[in-house]
Design a protein around this ligand. Sequence first.
Ligand code: SAM
Ligand code: SF4
Length: 500
Amino acid sequence: MTINPNLTAAEYTHTVIRPSEIDPYLDGDRDFIDDCAIRAELETPAAPGAGRVRDIIAKSLAMQTLSLAETAVLLRVDDPDLLAEMNAAALRVKKFVYDNRIVTFAPLYLSSLCVNNCLYCGFRQENKYEVRRRLTLAEIRRETEVLAGNIGHKRLIAVFGEHPASSTEYIAESLRTIYSVEAPTRCGVGAIRRVNVNAAPLPVEDLKILHEVGIGTFQVFQETYQRDLYAKIHPGNTVKSNYRWRLYCMHRAMEAGVDDVGIGALFGLGDWRFEVLGLVAHARELEAKFNVGPHTISFPRLEPACNAPLASGAGSGVSDADFLKLVTVLRLAVPYTGMIVTARESREIRNECVSRGCTQGDCDSRIGVGAYQEAGSEQEAAKQQFLLGDTRSLEEMVIDLAKKGIITSFCTAAYRCGRTGGCIMDLLKTGREGQFCKVNAVLTFREWLDDFASPETLEICRPVLEAEIAAIRDDFKPSFFKEFIAYYRRLENGERDLYF
Ligand code: SAM
Ligand code: SF4
């Protein structure tokens, strides 16, 4: 949809929102988020019995999505021994679906122009102190060269404020530019192979354009599933103030063929337990309507942001203990989904999240527009959307994970081979995607180590690499192992981007 960039905010809202792309998804005039039902689940005060909790854990281990009532039971567990059982089960679920891999990515901020007025965000339109910027294609190219050539990322999440100047055409052109970059590395060529997008909800015709350009995951956070709170923190007649336009954006994505979708809630705005049930309800709705649940769930905690009335204080309002509990509960409630813990969190909390079944995290992250080229400068510090809790480099994160026996995967094969949406869900639920991912993780890890790591890092990572290769030899047919080793040798000899 081409939008006149000179529209006022109200005209823009009217142009963007299409009731015809909301109403067909309603159940009569009701949403799949039933506030009363969720509140009723949360009002039960009694701590659950161990038998009931263990039955629910068994359902998770059988890879079944939990109901809202079952999820609410897990939220009520306070007994330390039962909580420890839940944490252990969460990690088992993760290992069954995703093995001992963590996927990394980096955020790439392309535009801080925004027509909305979210009270928690530094990019909100009323923040007159924010220096607005939208990257040109040449600047996008240069940012990508740093990410793919200097750091070694293979996956990005491209982040956009909502504005007529960062229209779908701009998003599509940005993706084309990012995919076209080939940056020289020590032993080969670096490239971004999967670009996920975090942008405003879009209509179906625009999502089809992004599908054609090769979008990875389309990610939109509902921020809060609580309707009354949603209205308060998204004031004015803005696009974002329309709860339903946002709530059904993943329905539209599925219709457009974008079947890897990422949902999320911003924790710290309201009752965190409501948001957990909202996310589970959203996952169940997508499963019921499209037979495909969310590819990823995100659970960012509110961070301090400049001139954002709801984010000017220090804490998010969700304690570390509650945050870790919600991670465990989400892992158990939606067993097949990828779970993203971002660099908003500290290194310690992120490590805890990994041991509770998170599967993805960003690192070496810069969260300002143009920030990778300006890394370390005062300009960069002034432009951050909010403050990061974990500023580890990619190499530091790789080392930390390797010391725990975890392999960092740079694999992007599933989506490039068409294993997305329902296809990948089935493979994940039955533990079969792990087979492709296991070999591709080793291949892409080796490629990254050769291109970007120091000799010391290579030595630290060697045991995890060798353990993975030994497991492939033991678990796969000899003929496949032979094929895999041939690929591995070709990589060692300088070939790049080999995968199954
Ligand atoms: N403009 C698009 C939107 O709102 O969906 C995408 C970009 S927006 C910068 C991406 C996400 O940043 C939001 O969905 C919100 O959850 C998160 N965010 C905004 N302010 C934040 C803050 N102060 N702390 C942590 N996350 C924040
Ligand atoms: Fe704009 Fe998104 Fe920030 Fe809201 S969260 S002000 S829509 S960039």
